[in-house]
Write a protein that binds this ligand. Structure first.
Ligand SMILES: NC(=O)c1ccc[n+]([C@@H]2O[C@H](COP(=O)([O-])OP(=O)(O)OC[C@H]3O[C@@H](n4cnc5c(N)ncnc54)[C@H](O)[C@@H]3O)[C@@H](O)[C@H]2O)c1
Length: 318
């Protein structure tokens, strides 16, 4: 199979690329960034081709969409902090690449698997979140919701394209974690906690830490994504996530224990970290029945095993 992955040097994209190359598939990746170590790793496979550029660039994209059997569209601009600091970047950085993908996929009638997010459910309390469930968002003046809104708009566009005959599947990822996830100020909570613990620095929890998430090992997210290519998933939206809930307090304690760190835990109010009026959801849990039925799998990597793998990768960077 010929697979064209957008954002293939990013966190999920790089794991997806590795996984599919190991399966013997022909892979082309487009990404706006360069990453010498990943390029070296992937280039060992004769079936790998890499393109540096923007997904918005139709002239660059056309030949690759024409070439492939399926596009897995991961390229996006994300991160809660970026939503708050630069909502325009989030909106344009998601919508514009998708418009190009849709135009070219329609022109060449190519299947697209689109990476959406659990953020589309917003602060809904209708748990577990079913793909057909309602969304609940705050005011547009709360910029945190712009990522949820733009991803939902992209979903509408993909579903509209499906109605017009384009084979499309939407996957909604729930908090993927693993090696290579972005750490630092703009990163997710797992890489932030691990890097802090490995450096003996405090693990900073926003809010009281009682909020929970369903952390999903990236290899589970990747396997589910590849299964979503199948024809019987056309026109479907599928949650991709573990159903095991973990509070941020529990996560922090686990990371400290598994790294053997002496780091303290400190608490910072959400408003102090993200500004006045910031909203967060207390919990989010996926309904996994569609994933189990359509993809015939569970995202059930044990959290301790997944964290240990992840920690060992971050440790290798020290
Ligand atoms: N990581 C998660 O837990 C999570 C959760 C929900 C949804 N998602 C979705 O999954 C996808 C992948 O997420 P990720 O965590 O791997 O993000 P990431 O930021 O690590 O990877 C995205 C990659 O896309 C590239 N990119 C972005 N815009 C581009 C453009 N216009 N042209 C070319 N390249 C571009 C970036 O350089 C980056 O390498 C995204 O669509 C994201 O919204 C991720």
């Amino acid at each position: 199979m010929k697979v064209f992955i957008t954002g293939g040097l990013g966190f999920i994209g790089s794991h997806l690329t590795t996984y599919l190359l190991e399966q013997g598939e022909e892979i082309r990746v487009i990404d706006q960034i360069e990453n010498d170590s990943l390029t070296e790793q992937f280039s060992c496979y004769p079936t790998y081709t890499q393109v540096t550029g923007l997904v918005e660039a139709e002239n660059v994209m056309e030949e690759h969409i024409a070439w492939c059997d399926v596009v897995i569209h991961l390229a996006a601009t994300l991160g809660v902090r970026t939503c708050v600091e630069d909502p325009t970047k989030i909106i344009e950085g998601n919508l514009f690449p998708t418009l190009t993908i849709l135009k070219l996929a329609k022109a060449h009638n190519k299947k697209v698997v689109f990476a959406s997010t659990s953020e589309v459910y917003g602060k809904s309390e209708d748990l577990p979140f079913k793909e057909s469930g309602n969304r609940l968002l705050g005011a547009t003046s709360t910029h945190r919701w712009c990522y949820s809104s733009v991803k939902a708009l992209e979903e509408h566009l993909f579903l509209a394209a499906f109605k017009e005959g384009l084979p499309v599947t939407i996957v909604r990822y729930f908090n993927a974690y693993g090696a290579r996830a972005k750490a630092g100020m703009y990163g997710g909570v797992v890489p932030k906690f691990i890097t802090a613990a490995l450096h003996g620095q405090p693990l900073t929890i926003y809010g009281d830490g009682k909020q929970s998430r369903c952390f999903t090992y990236v290899l589970d997210s990747v396997k589910a994504t590849t299964k979503a290519i199948a024809n019987h998933c056309d026109g479907q939206i599928i949650n991709i996530g573990s159903s095991r809930e973990l509070t941020i307090n529990e996560l922090a304690k686990k990371v400290i224990e598994l790294t053997g760190s002496n780091s303290p835990i400190c608490y910072v109010p959400h408003e102090e970290a993200f500004g006045e009026g910031f909203e967060d959801m207390q919990t989010r849990i996926p309904s996994t029945s569609k994933m189990e039925q359509l993809l015939n799998m569970k995202a059930d990597t044990d959290i301790d095993d997944g964290l240990l793998e992840t920690i060992s990768w971050y440790r290798s960077l020290l």
